[in-house]
Ligand binder design. Structure first.
Ligand code: TZP
Ligand code: MG
Length: 206
């Protein structure tokens, strides 16, 4: 599946509670998001598979891929479009072997050493960050700022998405740093109007 990292929504069930996960994602799609990642640190695998299947059905025909955070078995069972792994999650090689060559596989990168060690030939994209400190991820790594982002984005041969504390007003700086897009949780999940919140990232298109 071709993919576009411009605006990558990562879900948080708690923050999406007001409208529910599906309604929030549906509104965000109307607002122009280009990727969705289902991320849930607390749900059981069964709950997450069921949620992923509902999202997958909802996304069908939208051209927006569904990526699963961390859990290879969930990605496989739900026939999601791909998997995103962190540095201490499932090995990229195992994910690629299991999901096949058409799956979209992404890896989180925080340092030049991690980039150097990344199996680029097995990956489709990298997530670079956190750019800023954020309350949306517990025990996140040291923020890299826009300078760190620019260094990593330029050193890296893969498409990249910036993450961590980013808002609509950062889109231009993220692009200028050389990343292909922005990944967000709280700038869309939990916003009073998720459709408008997503649209705000594309104000230069209006
Ligand atoms: N990985 C690094 S920062 C982060 C993740 C999952 C959370 C991003 O959330 P927010 O609310 O966009 O800062
Ligand atoms: Mg992880």
């Amino acid at each position: 599946m071709p993919f576009d990292l411009s605006l990558y929504l990562i879900t948080d069930a708690e923050l999406c509670a007001e409208f529910g996960l599906e309604k929030t994602v549906e509104a965000a799609i109307q607002g122009g998001i280009t990727m969705v990642q289902l991320r849930d640190k607390y749900a059981s695998d069964e709950q997450m598979i069921a949620q992923a299947k509902r999202l997958k059905a909802m996304l069908s025909g939208s051209g927006v891929p569904l990526i699963i955070n961390d859990r290879l078995n969930v990605a496989l069972a739900s026939q999601a479009d791909g998997l995103h792994v962190g540095q201490s999650d499932t090995a990229v090689q195992e994910a690629r072997n299991t999901l096949g060559q058409h799956a979209i596989i992404g890896l989180s990168i925080n340092t030049p050493a991690q980039l150097q060690e990344a199996p680029v030939e097995l990956l489709n994209y990298v997530g670079l960050g956190p750019v800023f400190a954020t309350g949306s991820k517990q025990d996140h790594a040291q923020p890299i700022g826009f300078d760190g982002l620019a260094w990593l984005a330029n050193a890296c041969q893969l498409p990249s998405v910036a993450i961590g504390g980013l808002k609509a007003e950062h889109m231009a700086q993220v692009k200028a740093a050389g990343a292909n897009g922005i990944a967000v949780i709280s700038a869309i999940c939990g916003q009073p109007d998720p459709r408008l919140a997503a649209q705000a990232f594309f104000h230069d298109r209006l």
